[in-house]
Structures are given as structure tokens and as C-alpha cells.
Design a protein around this ligand. Structure first.
Ligand code: ADP
Length: 460
């Protein structure tokens, strides 16, 4: 497998070599344009000095003189009038001087072989010790004409410098490669840690500790990843709690249905008791049916986030309709219903909002003693939102329970449950629907005095 570590290291090394190559080509261009003419001028100056010294001191033995100079680090060719060639210093690698060039210098002209040396991408010409890569100067002494071709002996003059640069470059490359591998290891390490953490999460273990103290993108990634793991953990806890709540809610009606149907199988029951047990079975089955309906509603609200079927309708009409729907409940408990519902046209998902009013009104009926009062109000003062208040004079909600009543399956206390059966889902469904309409729901309650739900619904 090509690991990220190797990819990273190899890419960096490739980039290093590529940069080296490009740098060489560019510096070669610089040599050709700037340094080569300078080098040519410099060597021409040296050659002229050598020639003029001999010309002004004609008694000097030319052979000894040139030999001495060659020992200072020069390669030379002396051509005499009779075409005799004498070499000094290190031999030239190629003898490629044309006869016309030789004649030209013998005639008294200077030959600029260094600056004329052909330009090539990978050849600087600086190191090429060919005869044509020389400077040719005429020497005129004692009435004799000579041609002197000269170039520096690079190996002699720069020998140790070349070794120095070779060692420098080799060490630079070697150390860079080594450090790239070490650096890549530390850069890639946190990604490996993250990868192991994802595997842990995939196996259901959310307890991950990432010690990535970096402030760069990888540090941020690790931080976000830890947050994601925490949310997943919470989500998993919520899911487990939800499943256990659902099972519990299903279990108790099923157990009572099972128990009563067993009892009903005994033939010697008096008819009233028979009837009573049947009505309990019916009640429990409708509880189960309501529960499954509520669970389906919640599931679809969770799934189709924000997908509302928006229409325009009169909120007052809808709330009156909900009061009519629950008439049987409040009539039976002889509750007074007070309505202050001015006609208000709103935009929203009418089916879902109807569910909200039904849930809130049935709760008010359920938790209000016989002869109590329920008040419904639409307050329509702002142009931005409409406020709905649903108030009852019921048993109220203890202060410590108030923060939780919108949680799924939350019921105030077990003792109440017997008198007021319910799933604990009604308020969470109502809240979810209101939030999908970008509104809010709040509760004010005092134990023994009553409860008020206040809903803010913005006009869409
Ligand atoms: P349930 O199906 O149990 O009514 P809800 O989610 O509708 O579930 O309500 C959650 C809990 O909040 C109820 O069990 C009840 O204890 C409390 N509650 C809701 N509405 C009222 C109210 N109007 N008066 C008093 N308590 C209420």
C-alpha cells in the first residue's frame, strides 16, 4: 500500500530534484548570458599580459616562460611561424582548432573561443578543456610571430573547490532526504491517530482521546473530530434511551392486555366485570395505537426536516375546530372554555399545527380538575409574529420538572401517570412542529394554580 507517509516523502524528494534541475538550467542561462563574456574578458586580459611581458622582455626563454606559467594552472598551445606546435600544462581533451583560426591569430588577431563556445542546455562550457574553448593571442617578438592559445586548468585551479562543492551537494541531498522522511513521519502521525480513532468509532467505541496539540488544519481536524465523536456518543445514548423508553411504553399496555384477556378466558366472571375488563383492554389498545401514531409523527418530523406543506389559513378557525374535536373531554369534566380568538390568517403546515393545538388542549383537559377553566387566546399585536396562549387552571407543573417537560417520554411523576395516562411525547411533538415553523414555545406554571403555554409563531 502506498501510504500517505511515503507519498509525502517521495513527492518532496521529487520536488527537490526537480527544483535542482530547474535551478541548474536557469543558472546555466545566467552563466551563458553574464558570466561567460566576463570569463572571456578575464582570460583575454591574462593572455595579453603574458604576451606583452614576453614582447617587452624578448631575451626571456619563451619555452621556460610558458612552462612556468602553465605550472600556475593553465593549459596552453604555442604555434610557431613554422606551424610547429608546443603544448604546456595538462593536455587538451580535444584538438579541434581550425587552421583558419590559427592563421587568424598568427596574423595578429585575438581569438575569443570561450565566448563563442556553443550554448547548450546541460553544458556550461566552463569545464570543457577543448582547444577551441581557449583564448588565442598573437605574440610578436624578435620579428617572429607566434600564436598562443590558453585557458585555465580548471581541475588544477578549482580542484579542491570542486570536491568541496561535491561534498556540500551530496551532504545537502543526503540530509534533506533523511530529514524529509523524519519530517513526513511527524506530519502524518496525527492522521494515523485520527484513522485509528475512526476505526474505534466504527466499532462503537466513542471514548477517544486525541492528543493533537497542533494549531494548524490537522489540529482543527482533530478537535472537530473529537467534537463529532462526543455528538455521536450522545446520539447513541439518546437512541438507546429512546429504544428503552419505547419498549417500556409498549410493554406495560401489552402486559395488561395479556393479563386481562387471560382473566376473561375464565368463564365464571360476572357480566359487569367482563365488560369492565373488555373496556380496559380497549383503552390499552387505543393507548398503544396513539403511541405508535405519535412515534410515526416524530419519525417523520425528524426525517423530513423543514419539509412543510405550507398553506394560508385562519388560525382562529383551526383552534376552534380543535376545541370542538375535544368537546367530549371538556364537557365530561365540566370545564369552562374561554376563547379570545380574533381571525388571523397565517402561513404554515395546517395539519401539523392542528396537532399542536390538539396536544396542548388535551393536556389542559387532562391535567385540570373537574369544574376548572381553560382559556385560549390569540394575541396579534406585532406584524412579525402571532402569539397563542393556552392557559388552564389545572394542577400545574412542579418547578423542578419544568426544564424537562418538552423532552421525549418525560412525564412529571409516576403517581400522576395512573390518573392521567400518556406517553410523554405530546409536548415534544408540539415543540418540534413549532420549531419547524421557526417559532418557539414556553411554559409558565405554578403547582396547584395552573399552566400557561405561550407559542410565538412568526409570519412566514
Ligand atoms: P403526556 O402524553 O404524558 O401528556 P406530554 O409530552 O404532552 O406527555 O406532557 C409531558 C408531561 O408534562 C405530562 O406528563 C405532564 O406531567 C406535564 N404536562 C403537560 N401539560 C400539562 C398541563 N397543561 N398541566 C400540567 N402538567 C402538564
Amino acid at each position: 500500500m502506498k501510504t500517505l507517509y511515503f507519498r509525502f516523502a517521495l513527492t518532496t524528494i521529487f520536488i527537490m530534484f526537480l527544483s535542482g534541475l530547474i535551478a541548474f538550467l536557469l543558472s546555466n542561462v545566467y552563466y551563458q548570458i553574464k558570466l561567460k563574456p566576463y570569463n572571456d574578458r578575464k582570460i583575454t586580459q591574462m593572455a595579453s599580459n603574458i604576451a606583452s611581458f614576453y614582447e617587452t622582455h624578448p631575451t626571456v626563454n619563451l619555452d621556460h616562460y610558458l612552462k612556468g606559467i602553465s605550472h600556475l594552472g593553465f593549459q596552453m598551445l604555442l604555434i610557431k611561424e613554422d606551424k610547429q606546435k608546443v603544448y604546456y600544462g595538462k593536455p587538451f581533451s580535444q584538438h579541434n582548432l581550425t587552421q583558419s583560426t590559427i592563421n587568424q591569430v598568427l596574423r595578429g588577431e585575438t581569438y575569443h573561443g570561450i565566448v563563442q563556445f556553443p550554448k547548450q542546455a546541460f553544458v556550461t562550457g566552463f569545464f570543457d578543456d577543448e582547444l577551441r574553448n581557449t583564448i588565442g593571442v598573437p605574440i610578436d617578438a624578435n620579428g617572429k610571430n607566434y600564436a598562443l592559445f590558453i585557458r585555465p586548468d580548471i581541475e588544477y585551479q578549482f580542484g579542491e573547490m570542486r570536491i568541496f562543492f561535491a561534498v556540500l551537494v551530496a551532504l545537502m541531498i543526503g540530509l534533506s532526504v533523511l530529514l524529509v522522511f523524519i519530517g513526513a513521519y511527524y506530519i502524518v502521525k496525527p492522521i494515523r491517530v485520527l484513522s485509528r480513532a475512526t476505526q474505534k468509532i466504527a466499532h462503537g467505541d466513542y471514548n477517544i482521546q486525541l492528543h493533537v496539540n497542533r494549531r494548524d488544519e490537522i489540529g482543527q481536524l482533530a478537535q472537530h473530530f473529537t467534537q463529532m465523536a462526543r455528538s455521536l456518543e450522545r446520539l447513541e445514548e439518546m437512541r438507546q434511551e429512546f429504544v428503552s423508553n419505547v419498549s417500556h411504553e409498549i410493554q406495560s399496555p401489552l402486559a395488561s392486555i395479556q393479563g386481562f384477556s387471560k382473566t376473561l378466558q375464565a368463564n365464571d366472571l360476572p357480566p359487569e366485570q367482563h365488560q369492565h375488563y373488555l373496556s380496559i383492554i380497549e383503552e390499552e389498545s387505543s393507548r398503544l395505537s396513539l403511541l405508535s401514531k405519535q412515534l410515526l409523527t416524530l419519525a417523520s418530523l425528524d426525517r423530513d426536516k423543514g419539509e412543510l406543506d405550507i398553506t394560508s389559513f385562519d388560525l382562529a378557525d383551526q383552534m376552534k375546530q380543535a376545541v370542538l374535536m375535544t368537546e367530549w373531554g371538556w364537557r365530561e369534566k365540566e370545564l369552562a372554555i374561554d376563547m379570545d380568538l380574533p381571525s388571523t390568517i397565517i402561513q404554515g403546515d395546517s395539519k401539523l399545527l392542528y396537532q399542536v393545538w390538539i396536544n396542548l388542549i388535551t393536556n389542559s383537559i387532562k391535567f385540570t380538575e373537574k369544574g376548572g377553566m381553560i382559556s385560549l387566546q390569540i394575541v396579534n399585536t406585532s406584524k412579525k409574529e402571532v402569539v397563542v396562549r393556552i392557559e388552564d387552571s389545572g394542577i400545574g407543573i412542579p418547578k423542578q420538572d419544568l426544564p424537562y417537560i418538552f423532552d421525549r417520554f418525560y412525564k412529571v411523576d409516576k403517581a400522576r401517570k395512573r390518573n392521567h395516562p400518556g406517553s410523554g411525547l405530546g409536548l415534544s411533538i408540539a415543540k418540534k412542529i413549532i420549531e419547524l415553523h421557526f417559532g418557539s414555545i414556553e411554559v409558565i406554571s405554578a403547582e396547584g394554580k395552573g399552566t400557561t403555554f405561550i407559542i410565538h409563531l412568526p409570519y412566514m
